[in-house]
Design a protein around this ligand. Structure first.
Ligand code: 13P
Ligand code: ZN
Length: 331
């Protein structure tokens, strides 16, 4: 058993409580490479933002959970030793079964998500309750999910269902979860909504969010599928040989609005994939004889760092790690 406390991580209790009270959200960022992990630390250090590192079960099978924990520990120590004492959470993203969560907890994760959202309500409650009992015994926090995000990149579209606020409250009371992912109009992947008939963006369902916070005061909500899918990266990918079709991401203003409400944690994966892929394609196309992969990997890091700094500004978490943000690059 490798305890997260021995690695210096925090669970989500304090950072999400502070986010709720402060009217901002903490970035929860997926990573799949060392460059991406380093760039997450770079941006959070520069902006003095708390950070939630997201590792999915797929990432755990790519790297081994213990290797992920050790990499994250090393990144955290780099900052702490230079006096930048950011709260760092290592969180299992979309754990799909009890074993995923137990394995993460035994290998140094400080927080886990159990995603039983595709199950009937009572089964989701029973599975989530079981994970909460195990996790809380080790001081690990648990995120549950209720309501199903649409999956519009699948064909035919896998239909979603908005979260029912009354059911969300019942779920929280029955399971004892520490945070809750809800469905209010975002979705994973490249197409997050269908445009309104007049071509405008549909708004997130702030009314559902409002009702949830009436029923669950001070309770932190998690927003998944929150990438905005910047056009500049889609265009760059396609210019250098990619074939990404229609995309529809969540506009920055909508995320900012949700972050001022009960949303305290915002999950972002796709924007990081797009930025890294765009830079990689460009550099490889411009350097067709290169054989050392660092020719692109070293340029991915500053690009991602800029992207994540922007996210932190949108979510309002800059300076929330107890220190004012750097005006200039800290490195
Ligand atoms: P995106 O696909 O919008 O980046 O969502 C990521 C996510 O929800 C990870 O859990
Ligand atoms: Zn997600």
């Amino acid at each position: 058993m490798l305890s997260y406390q021995s690695l210096g991580f925090e669970n989500t209790t304090e950072i999400l409580k502070n986010a709720y009270r402060g009217g901002y959200a903490v970035p929860a960022l997926n990573f799949i490479s060392i460059e991406q992990l380093n760039s997450i630390f770079d941006s959070c250090a520069q902006k003095r933002s708390p950070v939630i590192l997201l590792g999915s079960p797929k990432l755990c099978s790519q790297f081994e959970p213990r290797m992920l924990a050790r990499m994250a520990q090393a990144g955290r120590e780099r900052l702490w030793e230079s006096g930048i004492k950011l709260p760092v959470v290592l969180h299992l993203d979309h754990g799909l079964c009890y074993d995923h969560c137990v394995t993460a907890i035994r290998n140094g994760f400080s927080s886990v998500m159990i995603d039983g959202s595709a199950m009937p309500f009572e089964e989701n409650v029973a599975l989530t309750r079981q994970v909460v009992e195990y996790a809380h015994a080790y001081g690990v926090t648990v995120e549950g999910e209720i309501g199903v995000l649409e999956n519009k990149h699948q064909s035919p579209f896998a239909p979603g269902s908005y979260t029912d606020p009354e059911q969300a409250a019942e779920f929280v009371h029955k399971t004892g979860v520490d945070s809750l992912a809800v469905s209010i109009g975002t979705s994973h992947g490249m197409i997050k909504y269908r445009p309104n008939l007049d071509g405008s963006y549909p708004e997130l369902r702030y009314d559902i969010l409002d009702r949830i916070s009436q029923l669950l005061p001070d309770f932190p909500i998690v927003l998944h599928g929150a990438s905005c899918l910047p056009y500049k990266y889609i265009e760059m990918i396609n210019r250098y040989g990619g074939k990404i079709g229609h995309t529809a991401g969540i506009p920055d203003e909508q995320l900012a609005q949700a972050a001022r409400m009960a949303v305290c944690m915002v999950n972002i994966a796709s924007d990081g994939w797009l930025a890294a892929l765009a830079i990689t394609r460009k550099i490889l196309a411009e350097n067709p004889t290169a054989i050392d992969g660092r020719i692109y990997s070293l340029q991915v890091r500053p690009e991602l760092r800029e992207l994540y700094c922007h996210k932190i500004d949108i979510l309002g978490s800059a300076g929330k790690a107890g220190m004012p943000p750097f005006e200039d690059d800290y490195l």
